[in-house]
Design a binder for this molecule. Structure first.
Ligand code: 13P
Length: 287
C-alpha cells in the first residue's frame, strides 16, 4: 500500500540520512526501483513529472501500475508515489487519481502567489492524507520543459512557505537538473545552513541529485537534507546499457529482439544506480 512521505522523511531527518526520490518513466523503471528498495530494505519515493505521467498514459494508469506492482511483487517497504514539480492543476489531478504525495512547484510565481496557492493545496492534500512538498528558489536546468535558472532560495521566504504546513521543502541551493556543467560552482552550503536554521525540523529536499559528488551529498544530509531526487542518472545508465546491447548486436542474435531481453540490461543498470544512491544516502536498512 502506498504511504505518504511524511513519516519516512521525518525519520530520515532525525536519523541523518536521506530517502531517494527516483523518477519513473515506465514499467521497467518502476519495477527496478521497487525491487531494489525491497532488496535493500529501504524506503523509497517514486517521482512522476507531469510529462512522464502523460507519457505513461495518465495519472490513473500510473497509480494502477504502481499499486499492482506493490501487490504482485510483495513490496513491503514504505513507498510513496509523488508528483514531481506539479502545477496547481496537476496537483489536484494527482490527489484525485490516488497519488500519496505531491509537489507543488510555485517557485516561478511571486512569493505571495506561491504562498496563496501552496496554502490551498496543503489543505487539499492533507484532507486526503497526502504529503506535500513546496519549492522556493527555482532549481536550475531543464526537466520536462520546466526550465529553472538555478537560484539560491531566500531563507526568509523558505520560512514563510515552511510555516504553511507543508511536509517537506525544496530550496534552491545552486543545484540544477540534468548534468552539471564544467564550470558549476557547487552547492551553496551557506544557503542550506541558513534555510535549515530558519526551518528547524522541516525535512529539506535536494533536487538535481544526478552528478553531485558524494562528499557534497553527505554534507547536504548533515545540513538537513532528507530527500534527494535522482532522474537523469537512471536515464543515462539505462541508455548506456541498452546502447551496449544493441552495439554488440545482441538484438540480432536468436530472440534478442524480444523486449524482455532488449530492455533487461537497461533495467539492471537502473537497479545498480538506485542501489549505489541508496547506499550513499544512507537509507539502506531504514524501512
Ligand atoms: P536530476 O535529473 O538532475 O537527477 O534531477 C532530478 C530531480 O530533481 C527531479 O525533480
Amino acid at each position: 500500500m502506498l504511504v505518504s512521505a511524511t513519516e519516512m522523511l521525518k525519520k530520515a531527518k532525525a536519523g541523518h540520512y536521506a530517502v531517494g526520490q527516483f523518477n519513473i518513466n515506465n514499467l521497467e523503471w518502476t519495477k527496478s526501483i521497487l525491487l531494489t528498495a525491497q532488496e535493500l530494505n529501504s524506503p523509497v519515493i517514486l517521482g512522476v513529472s507531469e510529462g512522464a505521467g502523460k507519457y505513461m498514459g495518465g495519472y490513473h494508469a500510473v497509480v494502477g501500475m504502481v499499486n499492482g506492482l506493490l501487490q504482485d511483487l510483495n513490496i513491503t517497504v514504505p513507498v510513496a508515489l509523488h508528483l514531481d514539480h506539479g502545477s496547481f492543476e496537476g496537483c489536484y489531478k494527482c490527489i484525485e487519481a490516488g497519488f500519496s504525495s505531491i509537489m507543488f512547484d510555485g517557485s516561478h510565481y511571486a512569493i505571495d502567489e506561491n504562498v496563496a496557492k501552496t496554502t490551498e493545496l496543503v489543505k487539499a492534500a492533507h484532507d486526503k492524507g497526502l504529503s506535500i512538498e513546496a519549492e522556493v528558489g527555482s532549481i536550475g536546468g531543464e526537466e520536462d520543459g520546466v526550465v529553472g535558472m538555478g537560484e539560491c532560495a531566500d531563507p526568509d521566504e523558505c520560512k514563510a512557505i515552511a510555516d504553511l504546513g507543508i511536509d517537506f521543502l525544496a530550496a534552491g541551493i545552486g543545484n540544477i537538473h540534468g548534468k552539471y556543467p564544467e564550470n558549476w560552482q557547487g552547492l551553496s552550503f551557506e544557503t542550506l545552513d541558513a534555510v535549515q536554521q530558519k526551518t528547524g525540523d522541516m525535512p529539506l529536499v535536494l533536487h538535481g541529485g544526478t552528478g553531485i559528488p558524494a562528499d557534497m551529498i553527505k554534507k547536504a544530509i548533515n545540513l538537513g537534507v532528507a530527500k534527494i531526487n535522482v532522474n537523469t542518472e537512471c536515464q543515462l545508465a539505462f541508455a548506456a546499457a541498452t546502447r551496449k546491447y544493441v552495439e554488440e548486436g545482441k538484438d540480432l542474435q536468436g530472440k534478442g529482439f524480444d523486449p524482455r531481453k532488449l530492455l533487461a540490461p537497461g533495467a539492471e543498470a537502473i537497479k545498480a544506480t538506485v542501489k549505489e544512491k541508496m547506499e550513499l544516502f544512507g537509507s539502506v536498512g531504514q524501512a
